[in-house]
Design a protein around this ligand. Structure first.
Ligand code: WTA
Length: 629
């Protein structure tokens, strides 16, 4: 292997484990020579009711189809096939509640029992193939059952992060035309009850498509139940309808598995659409290779199922590979900042997959907290959601991984469904770089005109090859799909990130080039924050930007122009921050509020957020020729 430049960590392949990819260079070369062969071979490791005619149908780009003509169901591969093999009694899911005392575990056998029960209930309530179901649940086992039960019946799930407000929930329920909502009475957030059911009630006042609501009891407080619409889950499962087997629906490989709303540059959140066949092959392969999944692993992805990371690598990927997936209801610092380390020690976690924000927030509490725990079970670490700064990388590597555990920094998106740029454990690592495109993928860095920039220079990140878990479209909006991802550079997928590639072929993602802000790894759009602000009676106009933040990566900062008759004050600023928290989500609460006389705009009326950002950071405002005044 040639010497690499910059700071490089050469993992010990024996210690790190490289069972699935002992020679990454050879695999990279063979997958590059014939990507479709590579994907067909991986797909053959899974079970299909009917084989495919074509691996990839690229006859109508960018509407790519994978494994055309094939029939399968992702649940068949996540659960059913394991029931007749050695994994039947292996633990599929271990769950621990926020209080640290509630815990449940499910083997593949008992996971099947729970998913079947929920599927029977859904079917009895009229849910059939193609129906949309909104899932608004905390991180409890039922969220996993609900997703899998929908998929088993061929229904399309739309999981909404249970930190979104009633307005956000209502928009997403309305857009998806869901006929059923699955929720809970409440969720636990740092020891307090967050009243989920009340939020659902408010959202449903204007959601005509919803016929039934299933309510899981989690927090046990009093909630109002609409006798015609709302049903306790434990009452339903006690009925004869819940009993007996439930067939897993055969699905065309291209049938929709789920939609997932995510923030874009402009306007309302868009629903990314993923399918049964390709998504299954993509998440299975990337998890197995990148994290070298082994039989004895206990895999912990800390993401919430409300985001793509939870979909792909807390639920589907681990079950497809027959792993044991670990789910924790709480956050990293409640009640003390050793909660995660305690769980790793107690449950013998082998792989921790989390976001840089969590690492940075835990770093602040010092090394004494993790050092109190024996974390020698850890074998690999992972990072996702935003660039990991070298300080956080080194701390994670040294203090958590004790210098032994390689860090897999995985770059991908809701749209890509699966890792796109990531290392494998046998590969040399550079802190802050995700390494190279996954096997079968090619990436490029382009300038505005579409020419590749020289190594080391920043440009627009694009992906060159279609991949199985790619989004198929934006739900109900093919045109926006084409315009957003495929029109800037025809034939290439525009990621919306800026990046560099170094002379060794390693990619370094810098951040978003559009109006998406990653706050603590969560994806938010400036437009959503602004529309929450202008719904406040005092606000005439608003602009939101992301400013660098030590822990969160970026924090939201807003500029508001008040309506006539309103005066700026610290109390109003606080009220506006709260308003965004309750009308969008607490994760979107602005850190700073500035009152302005007017906002910088182009002559065509577009807010120049770039100028606001430069001003807030005390930097040069750049080219102002398009500024209105
Ligand atoms: C950012 C999350 C740097 C990036 C899986 C991307 C990252 C956006 C990384 C997608 C990483 C994700 N290094 N940046 N390892 N992973 N990003 O849809 O800006 O919530 O475009 O998917 O997160 O966010 P999303």
């Amino acid at each position: 292997m040639s010497e690499l430049s910059g700071e490089v960590f050469y993992p010990d392949p024996a210690a790190a484990g490289a069972a699935h990819v002992p020679d990454h260079e050879a695999l990279r070369a063979s997958a590059a020579a014939d990507p479709l062969r590579f994907w067909a071979d991986r797909a053959s490791e899974l079970e299909w009711f009917k084989p495919w005619e074509k691996v990839l149908d690229a006859s109508n780009p960018p509407f790519f189809k994978w494994f055309t003509g094939a029939s399968t169901n992702i649940v068949h591969n996540c659960i059913d096939r394991h029931l007749s093999g050695p994994y039947k009694n292996k633990l599929a899911l271990i769950w621990v509640g926020e209080n640290g005392t509630d815990h449940e575990s499910y083997s593949y056998f008992s996971l099947n029992r729970e998913v079947t029960k929920m599927a029977n209930v859904l079917r009895a309530m009229g849910v059939t193939k193609g129906d949309k179901v909104t899932i608004y649940l905390p991180r409890i086992p039922e969220v996993v059952f609900a997703m899998l039960a929908c998929a088993k019946l061929g229904a399309v799930h739309s999981v909404i992060f249970a930190g979104f407000s009633a307005d956000a929930l209502q928009d997403r329920i309305g857009d998806s035309e869901s006929k059923l909502v699955i929720t809970a009475d409440g969720s636990w957030v740092n020891g307090s009850i967050f009243r989920l059911k009340d939020i659902v009630d408010e959202a449903l006042r204007f959601s005509p498509s919803v016929e039934n609501v299933i309510v899981v009891r989690r927090t046990g407080h009093e909630v109002v139940m609409d006798p015609l619409r709302d049903h306790w889950y434990h009452d339903l499962t006690a009925l004869p309808i819940a009993k007996g087997p439930c067939a897993t629906e055969p699905m065309d490989a291209e049938d929709t598995l789920f939609i997932l709303y995510t923030s874009g540059s402009t306007g309302k959140p868009k629903a990314i659409l993923h399918t049964h066949g390709g998504y299954m092959v993509g998440t299975y392969t990337t998890l197995k290779y990148t994290f070298d999944i082994r039989d004895e692993d206990r895999w912990w992805c800390t993401a919430d199922p409300g985001w793509i990371t939870g979909h792909s690598y807390l639920v589907y990927g681990p079950l497809l590979t027959g792993a044991t997936t670990f789910m924790f209801e709480g956050g990293p610092t409640y009640p003390y900042p050793n909660r995660w380390w305690q769980l790793i020690e107690h449950y013998g976690i082998t792989t921790l997959y989390t976001a840089p924000t969590a690492i940075r927030s835990l770093m602040r509490f010092g090394e004494a907290w993790p050092n109190r725990h024996d974390m020698s079970s850890l074998r690999l670490l992972g990072s996702v959601g935003e660039p990991i700064n070298p300080e956080a990388w080194h701390w994670y590597h040294r203090v958590i991984g004790k210098g032994r555990c390689p860090i897999m920094d995985t770059w991908w998106q809701t749209e890509t469904g699966m890792f796109q740029i990531c290392p494998v454990p046998s590969m040399p690592l550079k802190p802050g770089s995700g390494g190279k495109p996954f096997f079968g993928q090619e990436a490029e860095i382009l300038d505005e005109a579409g020419n590749p920039v020289p190594d080391g220079e920043e440009g627009f990140l694009v992906l060159k090859n279609p991949w199985p878990a790619m989004l198929r479209t934006l739900y109900k909006d093919d045109e926006r799909y084409v315009n957003t991802y495929w029109s800037k550079y025809p034939g290439k997928y525009l990621a919306g990130d800026s990046a560099r590639r170094d002379a060794d072929g390693y990619f370094w993602v810098i951040g978003r080039t559009d109006d998406v802000i990653k706050v603590s790894g969560h994806r938010l759009g400036t437009a959503e924050v602004e529309s929450a602000l202008v719904s406040h009676p005092a606000v005439a106009e608003a602009a939101a930007i992301g400013l660098p933040h030590d822990v969160k990566g970026h924090a939201i900062h807003v500029f508001v122009v008040l309506r006539m008759g309103f005066e700026s004050s610290p109390a109003l600023a606080e009220d506006l921050r709260k308003h965004v928290a309750t009308h969008l989500s607490p994760i979107a609460k602005p850190d700073g509020v500035d009152f302005a006389e007017k906002l910088p705009k182009t002559r065509s009326g577009k807010i120049m957020r770039r100028v606001l950002k430069a001003r807030a950071l005390g930097q040069d405002e750049g080219d102002l020729t398009t500024l209105d005044e």
